[in-house]
Design a protein. Structure first.
Ligand code: SF4
Length: 673
């Protein structure tokens, strides 16, 4: 039975990018309960299983409580002063390009801002990145190119008034449950649902049309849909003429498509594609939602461009309940991007060419563009990168090519990890610094719909754990830097608002009763529910049709099946948090590889039996579950479990524009063990 709380603190769920409002129940120094905040506009009192039952990881006896320094291969507890002096001394040995930092979508806006400021202004390095590289980096790049802003155009609740929802490469009932709830409410009100996904999911079972295409074949399919919309005269000519560019070139390209080739690449019949296109284009307003089934490809940027073309063609932008909506995975991945934890963009997506306001404010020169996360590991292996600072992330399990990542981390001269638990990555560090969990600090998260929300301290941190921003500020001061003497996270936010125009009208004081969606440019501005209502954020004010290239991956005789990796409802990322919540184990305590019954019969795989999965990158053994949810020739597993680390199998190609590694198309072989 759940203990009754002594106090309840209004805050935000630390898990997915929906950013549900919660009341966190606290008794003494323990979290004992949570309930949905009925006044929060995102969840209106509702919570999914993680927000409701998975917050007690904060109480775990395994929390880090003291700074640790590795001596002769073993960690030894030390005082903060010794730990910070060691880190300051070692980091001062390295030049800018020899140092890299990894920020975190689990940390607050203020903490991400401070880490990128430390990296750029103190270490003089442009090498700052975070897990968006493996999530929505392609969205940031492509939607900036086509629309002028890389964020979700509309809001979660607006989905409920859409006449049609096109869900592509997304499984929101598992990964974004409160967004799925809005989709279900829309269906109940009569909206049509079209799903494009190689997998059968709970959301696809609710769809009017489910196009089960081959992994990696979204671009030809979406381009064919655009062609059918034009052929049927369902494109919005007035919108195209008044608000877009490059339409003629785009139309000529889609009209020249070889439909027989499209059918063979996608595995979807032409008439099914036409029916989906007509359904999407004839219902107004229509929303597109998508997740990592679109972005986690070596052509992720082109995938998003294809979807952007579809929304532009039908005029579904700049109006309520329409738009193109990337569903951000982790709770603050939108905020970490907004705060400039990216190697090529400053806070607020300001370019490095416009760095003068940052150099003025910070009193330092601003270094040029740095390395992306995968490039950092390449550079470590080549000896070009020698020191790394990782805040709240576990790349050893979350990055592709696990063995390469391990070698890269091991080859560094100096590695610092700052976290709440001893993760697999922290085990490799020279110094580990204990950080506060989200319930132990004040600050802000920005959810997937650009809503900046306040999180509040509900209890004291265990032992000597400190907030991530305090640790970095203490370190900066140890290194002799000025400009890091903040008294509170609210003071840091004031600096952010002074430098980032889209956050200019936001302050902690204004966030006391509900969040504000950026852009919010002044204290009189109420925030922005949907983007692009009058003009696009491009230099010309018009959106652009762009032509995506496409190449559908191939399997080989040696590796004849395609592995797709993903997530499930009950676990989060590499389980550093959910793995400490026993209540969740009854739902999902180990990995299962989904395999189609026809493949299972052909290969002699039994339901519940163990299989060996092998790719060019590595191999692992995992329990098989025979399921019609995956199509013939495709297998699926999550990357949650350290015991079956899916990323030993993935890797290889990267998106040349965004640096996104290919995670949804890994050729593998399967055999029973
Ligand atoms: Fe938390 Fe996301 Fe669940 Fe909401 S939907 S309770 S934010 S995990």
């Amino acid at each position: 039975r759940e203990e009754k709380p002594f106090t309840e603190v209004k805050t935000v769920c630390p898990y997915c990018g929906a950013g549900c409002g919660i009341y966190l129940g606290v008794r003494g120094d323990r979290v004992v309960s949570s309930r949905g905040d009925p006044d929060n506009p995102v969840n209106r009192g509702k919570l999914c299983v993680k927000g409701r039952f998975a917050l007690k990881f904060v109480n775990s006896p395994e929390r880090l409580k003291k700074p640790l320094i590795k001596v002769d291969g073993r960690f030894v507890e030390v005082e903060w002063d010794e730990a910070l002096s060691t880190v300051a001394e070692r980091l001062s040995e390295y030049s800018g390009e020899e140092f890299a930092a990894v920020a975190s979508a689990k940390c607050t806006n203020e903490e991400n801002y401070i880490l990128q400021k430390f990296t750029r202004a103190v270490m003089l390095s442009g090498n700052i990145d975070h897990c968006a590289r493996l999530c929505h980096a392609p969205s940031v790049r492509s939607l900036s190119m086509t629309l002028g802003s890389g964020a979700m155009t509309n809001s979660i609740a607006e989905l409920e008034d859409s006449a049609c929802i096109l869900a592509v490469g997304t499984n929101p009932t598992e990964t974004h449950p409160l967004t799925a709830y809005s989709v279900i409410r829309a269906i109940r009100s009569g909206a049509k649902l079209v799903v494009i996904d190689p997998r059968r999911t709970r959301i696809s079972e609710l769809a009017d049309i489910h196009l089960q295409n081959r992994p990696g074949s979204d671009i030809p399919l979406i381009m064919a849909m655009c062609r059918f919309i034009i052929e049927e005269g369902l494109h919005d000519t007035e919108f195209i003429e008044s608000r877009t560019e490059n339409f003629d070139e785009f139309r000529d390209a889609v009209m020249a498509l070889d439909l027989e080739e499209v059918e063979s690449l996608t595995g979807v019949g032409v008439e099914d594609m036409r029916r989906a296109a007509i359904t999407y284009a004839s219902k107004k307003p229509a929303s597109i939602i998508y997740s990592m089934g679109i972005t986690q490809h070596a052509h992720g940027t082109d995938n998003v461009i294809a979807l952007s073309n579809l929304a532009l063609l039908t005029g579904n932008l700049g109006k309520p309940s329409a738009g193109i909506n990337p569903l951000r995975g982790q709770n603050n991945v939108q905020g970490a991007c907004d705060m400039g934890a990216l190697p090529d963009l400053l806070p607020g997506y300001q370019t490095l060419d416009d760095s003068f306001r940052f150099s003025d404010k910070w009193g330092s020169t601003i270094p040029g563009p740095g390395m992306t996360l995968p490039e950092m590991f390449d550079a470590a292996l080549e000896g070009r990168l020698r020191a790394m600072y990782i805040m709240g992330e576990n790349p050893l399990l979350s990055e592709p090519e696990t063995e390469k990542t391990r070698k890269a981390l091991e080859s560094l001269d100096f590695l610092v990890v700052q976290d709440i638990f001893m993760t697999e990555t922290a085990e490799l560090a020279d110094v580990v610094l204990p950080a506060c969990a989200w319930a132990e600090k004040d600050g802000t998260f920005t959810n997937t719909e650009r809503r900046v929300q306040l999180i509040r301290k509900a209890l004291d941190a265990p032992g000597e754990a400190r907030t991530d921003w305090e640790i970095i500020c203490m370190l900066a001061e140890k290194m002799g830097a000025e400009g890091f003497d903040y008294a509170s996270s609210s003071e840091i936010f004031k600096e952010i608002a002074a430098l980032v125009p889209s956050y200019a009208g936001i302050s902690h004081e204004r966030l006391q009763d509900g969040g504000i969606q950026w852009p919010c440019t002044s204290y009189e501005h109420g925030g922005t529910q949907y983007l692009h209502s009058e003009r696009f954020s491009t230099p010309t004010g018009r959106a652009s049709f762009l032509l995506p290239g496409y190449h559908v991956g191939e399997v080989s005789e040696e590796y004849p099946m395609v592995l797709v990796t993903g997530r499930n409802l009950y676990q989060y990322h590499t389980r550093s948090m959910t793995g400490r919540v026993p209540e969740l184990d009854s739902f999902s305590d180990r990995e299962e590889l989904l395999i189609n019954p026809l493949d299972a019969a052909k290969l002699g795989v039994e339901d519940g039996g163990t299989v060996l999965v092998k790719s060019e990158g590595g191999s692992l053994e995992v329990r098989a579950r025979v399921s019609g949810d995956v199509m013939e020739g495709v297998v699926f597993m999550t990357f949650h479990f350290a015991e079956t680390p899916a990323n030993v199998l993935t890797g290889g190609d990267r998106d040349p524009v965004s640096g996104m590694p290919e995670l949804k198309f890994t050729p593998v072989s399967i055999r029973p063990v």
